[in-house]
Design a protein around this ligand. Structure first.
Ligand SMILES: *[C@@H]1O[C@H](CO)[C@@H](O)[C@H](O)[C@H]1NC(C)=O
Length: 296
């Protein structure tokens, strides 16, 4: 009888509580609820009010941090002058990722053992976040520090990993190194696995093969791909063909593409080029204006 009364009481309180506080019953604790996963790359992400988080809230699937190694610590910023002590790779990226993923993957007695960890996107928990790390200082040394600072994510199994047997194991975060790239063999752990991948050059006009397990992306700036843009309304037919051909080449190896350096103004020109790149098959739209891109 007591139990029955308690249930009745709960039945009365719960709807009230959820009406007062809509978050009371949000069992998914992510920050990306209702947002579809978007192939947008948040360029200069650390310039945003809240790096990483602003992008995740919009469902942006890729972010970029420029890292500088200064006396054993990795700082994030556009140039050396803009670095500050509180803006480290750890504080802006690693710790927030740990926080969100810890919340989303809280142990529940209902979860079967060995279930793949849930990612950062509520609408598709198997979608990975691409964390581009643009190396600005000495390549080998900086890559070593990145590896070390990623350790807490690695320990929890949250980094996409290429096992030594060649099998790629997807995880909530996929780290892609860009900028001053170190030699490939410095990226393997002693056991032969790796969880830091490379960004290939989309503009390299060769026909060489690519291994998408090592270079999940090929990127370049628009100008080095198509030359100068002279038309006021966007790319010429010949330029579009160049983009289409390069994208097709990469896609034939399962490599995704990302074009940056798109003019941000005038807006009509920018939007036309976004449309043209999208139609040409390019995967990720790279911009500082992620709000506009999310509504594109
Ligand atoms: C969710 O993400 C996975 C991994 O990227 C992808 O294969 C799948 O198609 C996505 N599902 C939907 C419904 O978009």
């Amino acid at each position: 009888m007591k139990v029955f009364a308690a249930v009745l009481l709960l039945g009365a309180i719960l709807p009230l509580a959820s009406a007062v506080h809509p978050f009371f019953f949000s069992w998914r604790r992510g920050i990306t609820a209702d947002q579809s996963v978007k192939k947008i790359h948040s360029h200069n992400d650390y310039w945003r009010k809240t790096p990483l988080v602003d992008a995740l809230r919009l469902g942006v699937q890729s972010v970029e941090a420029d890292v500088w190694k200064v006396s054993e610590t990795l700082y994030v910023g556009h140039d050396l002058h803009s670095l500050s002590e509180s803006r480290t790779f750890d504080s802006l990226y690693v710790q927030p990722l740990l926080k969100y993923l810890d919340r989303t993957n809280k142990r529940s007695p209902l979860l079967p053992v060995g279930l793949q960890p849930a990612g950062l996107f509520d609408t598709n928990c198997s979608a990975t976040l691409y964390l581009f790390v643009d190396i600005k200082t000495g390549p080998a040394d900086t890559a070593k520090s990145i590896r070390r600072e990623l350790a807490p994510l690695r320990r929890r199994g949250w980094l996409t990993t290429l096992r030594e047997d060649g099998v790629l194991v997807p995880a909530p975060v996929t780290v892609v190194l860009t900028g001053n790239l170190p030699e490939s063999d410095t990226l393997f752990t002693p056991s032969g696995a790796r969880d830091m991948f490379f960004d290939a050059d989309l503009a390299a006009s060769d026909n060489s093969p690519y291994d998408a397990r090592l270079t999940p992306f090929a990127s370049c700036d628009l100008q080095s791909l198509v030359g100068e843009i002279t038309q006021v309304d966007g790319l010429s037919a010949a330029q579009i063909k160049t983009v289409t051909d390069r994208v097709r080449h990469m896609h034939s190896y399962g490599v995704q593409t990302r074009v940056w350096g798109i003019p941000e103004w005038p807006i009509t020109l920018r939007n036309n080029i976004w449309h043209q790149l999208y139609s040409a098959g390019n995967d990720f739209l790279c911009t500082d204006a992620i709000e506009s891109a999310a509504e594109f």
